[in-house]
Design a protein around this ligand. Structure first.
Ligand SMILES: Cc1cc2nc3c(=O)[nH]c(=O)nc-3n(C[C@H](O)[C@H](O)[C@H](O)COP(=O)(O)O)c2cc1C
Length: 392
């Protein structure tokens, strides 16, 4: 497929919508409840305005940076996206391959359809492993050991998933019924698959309904049907971070921080980085956009750990706004998942390329040549966003 015709992430989104059955597209595209936070994550970037320095002589813009000691080609890494194998055959491997080729980092979800060892091998770049403690402590510890053995360099512990959010689109599309294994229950929801024969063929060739090979229960890999219950039983607490730290014995990143005091707590518990994230508006609806709470978290952490952000990043300029406000890098979820659903590895490659070109162009227009020069003086934010930043 000629992916150069995709000019922005919205184009990839539309292409994914054309290729994927409704239930799969909406699983990527949708958010929790009224999708207020989902929309707000994207919209709030509009409230950050640039203050470029013009007519300055700069060297060619170089977007390379370093995250937790790891050099990457741009301040954008791939967020954990569960069930990517539903979007494209061996989807996690396909996405990781594109990330590595672009010189950036791929974070694999616990809830992936490909074995973590195979995903690690698929990328020439660095990789992190995202942890859900599905199946309990022993099962999670076994996953952590495998991730360590396979060469993942950091563990990302997601703390915002005490229970799976209510994604209304999934409920309407029959997400639960479709994995029930009961033909009668599934029947009303099956026509959407026949409307997408290309996807259906790929899906069947790839083995049909995936399991979760990185969550190995006593009787084998966790089946798809069990995921909602498994997540509800897998809520992470600060207490868990202690045994997780012992089991992993490497850098830990806490993902899903919404407020300054939680960020501080994560750092006190040993996290070397935190990700300001509301799970892309898929968990608690009605929480603030992540870019809005970034100044509060940056102030609370006070340089003791690295800070990343995800949620709503659809342009390179969004990533740079976050970096100007103190993030080391951003994670992208849907921006690359759309590319994966549209065209596999080339689609993810195109998504990354679009964002990278945006980043380079925006740096030039801002009058900076390196990521280190991006600072608070280059953006203006609503005063309300910084009010909490001064509350201890
Ligand atoms: C389809 C999908 C699946 C996701 N699965 C996971 C997951 O397994 N673990 C996790 O920590 N976050 C997961 N997330 C959240 C992302 O890691 C990230 O926080 C979010 O996508 C960022 O928002 P954005 O999509 O607007 O970029 C998922 C997001 C999407 C869209």
């Amino acid at each position: 497929m000629n992916t150069s015709r995709f000019v922005n992430i919205s184009d990839l989104r539309l292409a994914a919508k054309r290729r994927l059955p409704r239930s799969v597209f909406d699983y990527i595209d949708g958010g929790a409840d009224g999708e207020i936070t989902l929309r707000e994550n994207v919209r709030a970037f509009e409230d950050v305005v640039f203050r470029p320095r013009c007519a300055v002589e700069t060297a060619p813009a170089d977007p390379a940076t370093i995250v937790l000691g790891t050099p990457i080609s741009m301040p954008i890494v791939l967020a954990p996206v569960g069930s990517s194998r539903m979007f494209w055959p061996r989807g996690e491997e396909a996405a990781a391959r594109a990330a590595g080729a672009a010189g950036t980092l791929y974070c694999l979800s616990t809830l992936s359809g490909c074995r973590l060892e195979d995903v690690r091998k698929a990328t020439t770049g660095p990789a992190w492993f995202q942890l859900y403690i599905c199946g309990g402590r022993d099962v999670a510890t076994a996953g952590i050991q495998r991730a360590k053995q396979a060469g993942y360099s950091a563990l990302v512990v997601t703390i915002d998933t005490a229970v799976a959010g209510l994604r209304e689109r999934d409920a309407r599309n029959g997400a639960k019924e479709l994995v029930s294994g009961n033909l009668g229950t599934m029947l009303p929801f099956l026509p959407q698959f026949f409307a997408r024969p290309r996807w259906l063929l790929d899906y069947l060739r790839d083995g049909g309904l995936m399991k979760f090979p990185n969550v190995v229960l006593p009787d084998g890999p966790m089946p798809y049907t069990d995921v909602t219950a498994a997540l509800a039983a897998a809520a992470v607490t600060w207490h868990d971070l202690r045994w997780i730290r012992d089991a992993w014995d490497g850098p830990i990143i806490v993902k899903g921080v919404h407020r300054g005091d939680d960020a501080r707590r994560a750092v006190d518990e040993g996290a070397l980085a935190v990700v300001v994230s509301n799970h892309g508006g898929r968990q608690l609806d009605g929480v603030a956009a992540t870019i809005r709470v970034l100044p509060e978290v940056v102030a609370a952490v006070g340089g003791r750990a690295e800070i990343m952000l995800d949620g709503g990043v659809r342009r390179g300029a969004d990533a740079l706004k976050a970096v100007c406000l103190g993030a080391r890098a951003v994670m992208i979820g849907r921006a690359y998942a759309y590319g994966l659903g549209a065209a596999g590895t080339p689609g993810v490659t195109r998504a990354i390329e679009i964002l990278r070109e945006d980043v380079v162009r925006t740096m030039k227009l801002l009058g900076v040549s390196s990521v280190n020069e991006l600072d608070r003086s280059l953006v203006e934010v609503p005063t309300a966003w910084t009010a909490r930043a001064s509350i201890p």
